[in-house]
Ligand binder design. Sequence first.
Ligand SMILES: C[S@@+](CC[C@H](N)C(=O)[O-])C[C@H]1O[C@@H](n2cnc3c(N)ncnc32)[C@H](O)[C@@H]1O
Length: 764
Amino acid sequence: MDPNEFAALIGRHKQILLAAKAHKGQKPSSEASRRQLELQFHAAVSREPAVTKCKPADNVAQMEHPVMVQPVQGHHVRQHFISHAYPPSTTPVSELEAITISDLRLETHHRGRVLFVRTFGHPIRLSSVQNVIEDEHGDVDKLAVYNVDPTLDPEKLLPKGAIFAIKEPFYKTTADGGVSLRVDHPSDIIRLQPLDSNIPAGLSPRFVELDKSGADWKKEGNAAYASKDYIIAVDAYSQGLSACSADDEVLKCDLLRNRAMVNLCLKRHESALSDAKNSVIAASVDNDGGAMMQLNSKAYYRAGRAAYELGQFEQAEDLFSKAQALNPDDADAAREVKRIAARLSEMTSGSYDFAKMSKAASKKHNRLDHASFIKQGAVREAGKHGRGLFATVDIKAGELILCDKAFSVAFESEEGGQTFMIINLNTERGSMGTQATLLFNTVQKMLHNPGEATRFLHLHDGGYTPKCSAQVVDGIATIDTFQAQAIIEHNCFGCPTVRSTSKDAQQQAAKDMAGLGSSGIWVTASYINHACDGNARRAFIGDMMIVRATKDIAAEQEILMPYHLADADNGITQANFQRQWGFKCDCAICTAEARSPATQRKQRAKLVEDAKQFLKTHGPSAKSQPSTATITKAEKLYAKLQDTYDKQLFHDTPRIALVSLGIWLCQVRTHKPVPSVIIATAMGVLRDLGYSVVTAGPRVQFDRTHCHLESAAIDAAMYAAQSYIAQGEPGLGLQFEGFAKELYRTLYGEVRGFEERYGNGNGR
Ligand SMILES: C[S@@+](CC[C@H](N)C(=O)[O-])C[C@H]1O[C@@H](n2cnc3c(N)ncnc32)[C@H](O)[C@@H]1O
């Protein structure tokens, strides 16, 4: 988005907030009756049915100002507006003092208070899930819950007739002049069971079956599970557990085992693990040997599944082995034991079949079943970089440093993965793409997996305060969604929907820059700091990030990778880093750029612009072959740009601005090929990328110490390879080809696609 447009948008939202603030502490000027509110709500529903696909309509803004829809580059983009941060409630419902709707004051966080309400409409999903609510006195209002699972049916979240406790409620004026309760932290809203003693008399359901037994609840839970009403099933099993007496040991184990299954379905893996482990029937309780062994095998199996999903493969192996020992005929457990062996091997030795992984990944299947490998790195203090990832052993160029499974990911091809424009008033930053969905997915994962949340919450958040520790209160982890957003802003990676390839690299880079692609969080890789000339590069297959060394890395050296590729104009590069991550890069390239005399830098910036214009007209999309005059023009431009680089300062440092023109010259020179000329041009490109290539007799030596790896290096090596072969020096040609292949594997994770792009050698 144009920076001016963005600034105007921020300005408009600030105005809206300022206007709303004027009402702070006041009561709403008019109170809608239940009937009026219902009519208003249904009118909004009919204007904006609960669709997940965006539509270009301004009327969406009626209910909630944070959402507007506008087309950007052919995509329909929803705006997700993040207002001023406030922390989630960390007090249990039972310790908060009740408040009613008529006591609420506008623009106020009612700290220390709790509002009990019942929903009376059918919920809708805009960028929040909304419903109409009433309190114990029959007063009514609107409720909007943000940052919830985008794929969750609103009927499951805010169903009609359910009772909720809204902790420390925030009452807001909306952009259309209305009012609404706004819940930004999903842990601030707790659904209460009909028998909950906190429910005020006026809201208590009229008919509550008081004498339901644990067995009745189990039956109810099983029925809900069968109809995939997982949240209801979890609640029923929990009620059943409360209804059990001390000697209902076997029934308690049944309820826990069943709840473990439902928690697995809900991806509440930590709860599933503890439920399943607690559901193992002790030998002292029941000695009906055969049946008990079957049930316990099931319990261990479910615990194993949960441990597997949490990436705790050693524990999962132990649990599956126990399941198998109790029930040797259990084919599922036997299969899992085998599958675990593959995960353990990946985890400990980094042995992945990347070609197989890449063949398996597709738009529909991009969450892959693999373990993370992180053996060769450790997180340590890294001076002014903050914390960083360091090599603990020597790593050779091209070697795998890590292969990391995504903590959370939002693929643009998935349901709910639509494009959002996030406007964050706290940081005055904006982003476009799947980041809002990534936030919802990440928050969802953490609410019920507090141990996992801790891993995420340790990531760099740009100094956000106060920090939240995901403590479990009222059965849910308290997650500060503003902090989660701050962490995502500093750690999220754009990624392709299926895998990195040379073919989609440019398209992906453009999407990354426009922020329109898929995105994710990879926790270990998040500790890697940036350097334009770093010693590592990342690639993706599905939701696995593969990081390989681009240079030899000595033990104890910091692992660094470019967050974005350096722009030919260093001023643009630095401005991007400052804006997005708040630092100034001081790698060798940026240091040499900064030390260049101002006149040289100015001249280079101007020539870079000329080169960009030239390539726009004559680049790969040009319709005709360039004329001799055009080639001469490019040669002159290249020479002028070369002159802007001080020979001493850039002695062995990459000269980024020359690379695109150099590759263009290689390409056009293949039209009337003179191998020696192409070789010299390709060598020039490799030199401009910081590679030192020495050919001595039949051997070539490639020194990568100062290199900056980008796809142009592979192209240049292949131009050289083909030209050496053409001039009758196949030995040299093969060495350049081998080098190109290695660079390809480092840049794109594996070699699949190399031959597709460069041929298989037979045609050369
Ligand atoms: C993804 S985090 C990297 C890990 C981070 N250093 C930490 O302590 O967790 C990105 C943040 O690291 C810091 N950073 C990364 N590269 C840097 C560099 N070259 N110079 C200074 N700070 C850097 C910036 O604060 C940036 O916002």
